[in-house]
Design a protein around this ligand. Sequence first.
Ligand SMILES: [Zn+2]
Ligand SMILES: [Zn+2]
Length: 282
Amino acid sequence: MSDSIALLGVKGGPAIRPGSNMPTAMLLKLAGKTVLVDAGLGVTRAICDQGVALTDIDLIVITHLHSDHYLELGPFFHTAWTAGLNRTIPIIGPNGLDAYWAAFQDSMRFDIDLRIHDEGRCDFASLADIQIIDDTMTFDTITLRTMRNIHPPITDTFALRFEAKGKAVVLSGDTAYMPQMADFAKDADVLVHEAMLRDGVEALCARMTNGDERLRTHILRSHTDAADVGRIAKDARVRQLALNHFVPDGDPDFTDQHWEAEVRTHWDGPLFLGKDGMKITL
Ligand SMILES: [Zn+2]
Ligand SMILES: [Zn+2]
């Protein structure tokens, strides 16, 4: 199994529309382990589309509690359970994830109890072992370092750096531009960074039918301009840069050329403009 990262969903934000990508999830294969990072809508199908069995996930990390990063976590587990999952998967995530997990089980209590008694399924609750995210954590031969990023008003929100066998993979999470990201991502084999186009945000907010000015304020103070993503990649001297969590996404007025032009103001190395299902070799 060669080391790789698959971008399962590259859209920023929870809404989907005709022509859009799916919300955030990534599938990392490193040092013989399969790690799911974030579990936005569509994650379960997307794992299967990578040719990976739901029962083969070894570790799950959730970066923060915006719905586009964990809306399908419970449904993933339930589906993996009916697909034969019979061992515990550790979930590393922020405070509050345990409440979601308990409430998800309550919401499905009738079905879960039914399948245990009527089909002889194993216990469901013990399939997940939720651990609160910490500065440095180890999983088998993988070291996970985390850094609190800038994504107001959320404070429990993290960038991730996975290291194993001389390889390093860095995921920005959802964050405003932070120069410290360059140190955190130093010499990484791949940096997957979120990205925003300001003009696209204006267009997105102009179309919104059930929000107000606060949405625009939130987006602009919580995400990173594509040009600054290029700056971080350059300062960090990463080997490859990939963009995900596109804001906007699915707007035909903002094409790959727009994104690339912004990133290229600073970065001239290998660049992947993420698409749902894109797999990058480490
Ligand atoms: Zn997000
Ligand atoms: Zn977010």
